[in-house]
Design a binder for this molecule. Structure first.
Ligand SMILES: [Zn+2]
Length: 229
């Protein structure tokens, strides 16, 4: 009788001890699995981006990506991006894909000079050129810092840029949409770019023929910096 009571007590005690112990082990195992998964995700970078960012070079494979801030061939003459990537928010990416599809039917395609620009880069640009005529104030930000702006032109089936009258990032009246003392071909090309971008929801700015941003979208300014290989 005493023995059976002791056995029952022991049995209960053991099961009580085992219960939480097993549960704790499972919890710990799960936690370890989760913790192990994180480095894997990071290891998979740079192909993986946060959900709300689209890599245009992958999403629209027929565009030419010539990101000038990843080179010294830009108006500050210094490398500002660690590597060249064109990222956009999803809505802007979808709209740009529609532009490229339409151009491709005419044997043309897009060439992209700049897309999303992280705020830390905007601050470094501002330190170098603190002039609102050339660089947006970082506290106010630009559409590039929101991931909905692109600097771009059109190239033909030989990879030649259509004549637009000035180089990209030329700061002067000749780059303005309102400047008309240009060859007829240049005016037509600028109008062609403007019309196709506007038909897919983008809008330009007066002073830069190459700059367009999505009209019906205003995501937050972003600090996100893309990974490099
Ligand atoms: Zn721009």
């Amino acid at each position: 009788m005493r023995l059976s009571l002791v056995l029952v007590f022991c049995s209960l005690w053991v099961s009580c001890q085992q219960g939480p112990a097993t549960s704790e082990t499972e919890t710990t195992d799960t936690a370890e699995v989760v913790q192990e998964a994180k480095p894997d995700t990071i290891t998979d970078a740079p192909d993986r981006l946060p959900e709300d960012w689209i890599d245009i070079g992958v999403y629209i494979p027929n565009v030419e990506v010539d990101i000038r801030y990843a080179t010294t061939d830009n108006f500050v003459g210094e490398v500002m991006y660690e590597c060249a990537r064109c990222l956009l928010r999803e809505h802007a990416a979808t709209a740009l894909l529609a532009v490229q599809d339409e151009l491709q039917k005419q044997g043309l395609h897009l060439k992209l000079f700049d897309c999303y620009r992280p705020l830390p880069v905007q601050r470094r640009l501002w330190e170098k050129v603190p002039d609102i005529n050339y660089v947006a104030r970082p506290d106010k930000g630009s559409m590039h810092n929101r991931g909905i702006a692109v600097d771009l032109t059109i190239v033909d089936d030989q990879g030649m840029e259509l004549e637009m009258g000035t180089e990209y990032d030329y700061f002067g009246p000749e780059a303005h949409h309102t400047y008309t003392d240009l060859a007829e071909e240049v005016l037509e090309n600028r109008q062609f770019l403007k019309a196709i971008m506007e038909s897919h929801g983008f809008q330009g700015i007066r002073t830069e023929w190459w700059h367009y941003s999505l009209k019906e979208s205003l995501p937050e300014l972003s600090e996100y910096e893309w990974p490099c290989p």
